[in-house]
Design a protein around this ligand. Structure first.
Ligand SMILES: NC(=O)c1ccc[n+]([C@@H]2O[C@H](COP(=O)([O-])OP(=O)(O)OC[C@H]3O[C@@H](n4cnc5c(N)ncnc54)[C@H](OP(=O)(O)O)[C@@H]3O)[C@@H](O)[C@H]2O)c1
Length: 358
């Protein structure tokens, strides 16, 4: 329990990364519920100064001691780092909000999207709350609202994923590749883009500039990618539909930040476009932007840097009156990562300030 006069202490672990950088911006923009904010990264970054809430704060190297006196820690680090260090922090009494994939499917770790299942944050036997993957998060707030009204029965999804989903390395790779192909006539003969880019494909298996790559993550059984399995498993867990049929194809596109998805969602009963539009337009955290006659539909170029899930191209399926087709865009570093983590942490801060334990 925190005394009425003390605001909770927050640690941001991975403060120097792609998600961490956006996290510091979000912490500077949102209503400030925190006392001290401690910034943590690898020993490579120790001593660097980063700005949060308008003040320079020195980055500390990750160690057991950095968690002394911390109430809530956000982890924005690779899976293996979170897998080791989140339980270390939790054992020292810290409530961890983890952005990695290390704990999301652990039955003793809630997987939380505040607009959809925020109440789950209170039941955390391991002292860890997981933040979903960015691709799932980019659509799930809108889907959760439609599911609450219509009862979801099946999901068919294709993603168009930004390179920042692969962290700083993904962004640097696209920028370097764009420089290599700029002003050329590449993209007219087989293999010409690949030759121009050479070995410089970074975290991607193929050039991403002037290209689309039907792959994200690592190889899983029967040709599925890890990213595709995450979208299926995490959507099921968040929506509380453990047997929901989900078909996903994840594709990387040359966009810096903001994931897009086409969604075919089938429901229990017949749906109407007007009804769906109303649900989308009134759901918290969702914006309906859907007027093709006026050229209005969401695109990453307009959505990047914003908080909500943007939904356009709302149609009833041509051959199935129980299904809807949607095009959804969400900033993968804001709602897709840092913002959702910040929202979860704020729920925890409110709970801890009201004197309820871990
Ligand atoms: N990018 C997205 O859209 C997205 C969305 C949702 C979730 N996530 C997840 O969020 C996590 C961070 O992703 P990111 O894209 O921000 O990655 P990133 O840009 O590569 O940043 C990684 C961060 O982790 C720190 N780090 C690495 N190894 C460390 C170690 N041994 N000890 C302490 N700190 C260490 C780095 O610190 P240094 O700078 O000191 O190396 C850096 O701050 C990942 O688990 C990722 O899967 C990412």
């Amino acid at each position: 329990m925190i005394s009425a006069t003390r605001r909770p202490t927050l640690a941001v672990v991975g403060a120097t990364g792609a998600v961490g950088t956006v996290m510091l911006r979000i912490l500077s923009q949102r209503a400030d519920v925190w006392g001290e904010i401690r910034l943590v990264a690898s020993p490579r970054s120790a001593g660097r100064k980063l700005v949060v809430r308008g003040e320079e704060v020195e980055v500390l190297a990750l160690s057991e001691e950095v968690f002394d006196g911390v109430d809530v820690a956000m982890f924005d680090v690779p899976d293996e780092v979170a897998a080791h260090w989140a339980p270390v922090a939790a054992a020292r009494g810290v409530v961890v909000v983890d952005n990695s994939g290390a704990f999301r499917m652990d039955p003793d770790v809630p997987l939380v999207v505040p607009e959809v299942n925020g109440h789950k944050v209170r039941n955390r036997p391991r002292g860890i709350v997981a933040n979903p993957n960015c691709t799932t998060l980019s659509m799930i707030v809108a889907l959760g609202a439609l599911h609450a009204e219509y009862g979801l029965r099946e999901l068919v999804v294709s993603s168009y994923q930004a390179v920042s989903g692969a962290g700083r390395a993904g962004v640097e790779t696209l920028r370097q590749q764009i420089a290599l192909v700029a002003g050329t006539e590449l993209g007219t003969h087989p293999g010409d883009v690949r030759r121009a880019v050479g070995d410089n494909t970074g975290p991607f298996p193929e050039p991403v500039a002037l290209n689309v790559v039907p792959w994200a993550g690592s190889l899983r059984e029967d040709g599925w990618s890890s990213e595709e399995m995450k979208v299926r498993d995490e959507s099921r867990k968040i929506l509380g539909l453990p047997r929901l049929p989900v078909a996903v194809t994840c594709v990387r596109v040359p966009v810096v930040t903001t994931h897009s998805l086409t969604v075919h969602a089938r429901f229990q009963d017949e749906v109407t476009v007007d009804g769906a539009r109303e649900i989308i337009a009134t759901a918290p955290g969702v914006v309906l932007f859907d007027n093709p006659a006026a050229g209005e539909f969401p695109t990453p170029a307009d959505v990047v840097g914003t908080d909500p899930t943007w939904v356009g191209r709302v149609r009833r399926a041509l051959d199935d009156p129980t299904a809807l087709e949607l095009f959804v865009c969400g900033d993968n570093l804001r709602k897709g990562a840092a913002l959702n983590t910040a929202q979860i942490a704020e729920l925890l801060a409110a709970e801890l300030s009201h004197g309820e334990g871990r």
